[in-house]
Design a protein around this ligand. Structure first.
Ligand code: COS
Length: 377
């Protein structure tokens, strides 16, 4: 097993690390506080081709592998989980087209979102969260068109998208085999942006409701065949969940780094906090958990580019990385003491941001369903 990164992977890791430190860090606390979508840095991320991650070069993307994309999400996650979410969930939003789109759909739709962002993945509904198959949104065929009606919730960057991959039920009698996926452009008059959510964490990522109001879409914009939607969604989530694992690892690393700097500096009883063995053991546990999360994430990323289904490895990576992000951010606040509970330090934001990694793109309980389903099969 070779643990060396390629030149390209190192280049992307360094580029995002530098960008995040220079451009994102100075605004991270402000956008968290004001819940402001950071249009200025999103434009800069587009200039750096970060919306091209996960899209092949021939369609305007970077053509880099999943591991390189994960290094980017991890670096961004160290500084601002909202920014990391914006690029990683965008990448998942492009995946239905990248993995299942026709040549014509890829040529028509990918170059624009690779250059400018943002593609949205619209699956979740009020009644279809973990039970993603119980879609209430409907698509009814009318000649060479489908008319979509219904609503989607919790759509990452939902108010900021240029392109949406929307899942609806087109053959309700077929259950999960009756779900289909459509490409919808933002300027479609039937697509209405509903309420924006006020959230505990990732406050600068715009999480919106979408209303499908007699939305007309050409049958040519269906991805794959009618009824393929559930399988498409699950495959794309397998890829997206690795991005969440990567950014969760980044959050955890930042929380550990902050704690280490603090306990080396802070003196109580005449010595630095770091001189206490009880606290050293916390640091050891935090570092060990992060290393495990990182390696599982990199393994899942490498497998994602290989043939076959790797749902179990992806679910293990996301489960462990999300647990790690929660454990490490909690301990980081503990090591900071009172100051860690205030807005003077970023660690309270890290804890709030970490929480979503146990929920979005499949909860930790869903990860356990996927893992146990595979182990017990
Ligand atoms: N890749 C490709 N195909 C997949 C797949 C995957 N990862 N997972 C499932 N499928 C296919 C199966 O092969 C099966 O097809 P066949 O009947 O042709 O064999 C079909 O989909 C149904 O699979 P399964 O019975 O395993 O699905 P379940 O209904 O049991 O799935 C869970 C249950 C909970 C795993 C699923 O609904 C899920 O992941 N829910 C969470 C949704 C989610 O993450 N929401 C967040 C939205 S984005 S923020």
């Amino acid at each position: 097993m070779d643990f060396t990164f390629t030149e390209e992977q190192v280049l992307i890791q360094n580029m995002v690390r530098e960008f995040a430190e220079k451009e994102v860090k100075p605004i991270a606390a402000e956008i968290d506080k004001t819940h402001r979508f950071p249009k200025e840095t999103v434009k800069k991320m587009a200039d750096l081709n970060l919306f091209g991650l996960g899209i092949p070069e021939e369609y305007g993307g970077t053509g880099v592998d999943t591991l390189a994309s994960c290094l980017a999400y991890e670096e961004m996650g160290k500084v601002c989980a909202s920014h990391a979410t914006i690029i990683s969930v965008h990448s998942m939003g492009t995946k239905p087209i990248v993995y299942f789109g026709s040549e014509e759909q890829k040529k028509k739709y990918l170059p624009d979102v690779a250059k400018n962002g943002i593609a949205c993945f619209a699956l979740t509904e009020p009644g279809a969260g973990t039970d993603a198959a119980s879609q209430s949104s409907r698509g009814v065929r009318q000649g060479d068109k489908f008319i979509l009606n219904g609503s989607k919730i919790f759509i990452t960057s939902g108010s900021e998208g240029r392109l949406y991959c929307i899942f609806v039920m087109t053959q309700p009698d077929k259950g999960l085999k009756g779900i289909s996926c459509f490409i919808v452009k933002r300027d479609n008059p039937g697509l209405k942006i509903g309420q924006l959510e006020e959230k505990l964490g990732i406050c600068a990522s715009a999480t919106a409701e979408l209303v499908l109001d007699n939305l007309e879409v050409s049958a040519a914009d269906m991805i794959g065949a009618e009824g393929d939607g559930f399988r498409i969604a699950m495959r794309c989530l397998d890829s997206g969940r690795i991005g969440v694992a990567a950014l969760a690892t980044g959050i955890a690393q930042a929380a550990l780094d902050a704690a280490v700097a603090y306990i080396k500096d802070r003196k109580q009883f005449g010595k630095p906090l770091a001189a206490n063995q009880g606290l050293q053991w916390y640091v050891a546990d935090m570092a060990a958990q992060i290393e495990a999360a990182r390696l599982l994430t990199y393994k899942a990323a490498i497998l994602n580019d290989q043939p076959g289904r790797h749902s179990k490895e992806t679910a293990i990576a996301k489960l462990v990385a999300a647990n790690t992000a929660m454990d490490v951010t909690r301990l980081s606040i503990q090591l900071h003491g009172g100051i860690g509970y205030t807005k003077h330090h970023s660690v309270e934001r890290f804890l709030r941001d970490a929480k979503i990694t146990e929920i979005y793109e499949g909860t930790s309980e869903v990860m356990k369903m996927v893992i146990s389903g595979s182990v017990l099969a």
